[in-house]
Design a protein around this ligand. Structure first.
Ligand code: CMP
Length: 139
């Protein structure tokens, strides 16, 4: 089934000028970019986006990292897109990530892990709506 997922290129990857490389890999994986923008999160927006992690030991570090610079948010579309983009990213724990995945190649730490991708259909819908209105998604 055709799915949509939310991708974030995080501040460390934007700073290292990796936007182009990451977009290229997304296209090579045959995931279609149907929306894309660059923005800077406010503290409130970052806390809201990661609300499910509130109270965890890494929460403040995560929020401070996510507001440390501009990010790129994208909606990716394709067959089985949620799982396929997660495979392209590799696991959160970069010590477990295989070479060739975005995180193995570009993460600096567990927090500064270069990219985010939705983990389920429910979170994809919620996360896409967090950043985009329907008219910004070019299907
Ligand atoms: P992401 O896929 O954006 O979802 C939650 C984020 O929290 C994750 O990527 C990491 O950036 C961060 N994160 C998750 N687990 C840890 C952890 N154990 N220590 C530090 N940061 C974490």
């Amino acid at each position: 089934t055709i799915e949509r997922t939310l991708s974030i290129i995080k501040p460390n990857a934007v700073k290292k000028q990796l936007i182009g490389e990451i977009v290229t890999r997304i296209n090579q994986a045959k995931l279609n970019i149907v929306a894309l923008k660059m923005l800077r999160l406010t503290k409130e927006q970052a806390e809201g986006f990661y609300a499910e992690h509130q109270g965890k030991s890494f929460f403040d570090k995560l929020v401070n990292f996510m507001i440390s610079g501009p990010i790129v948010v994208q909606v990716l579309e394709g067959d089985n897109a949620i799982k396929r983009y997660r495979e392209l990213m590799g696991p959160t724990d970069l010590s477990k990530a295989t070479a060739g995945t975005l995180r193995a190649d570009f993460a600096d730490s567990m927090t500064e892990n270069a990219v985010h991708g939705s983990d389920s259909l429910t979170s994809a819908e919620k996360e896409i709506a967090y950043f985009f209105v329907d008219s910004e998604i070019v299907g």
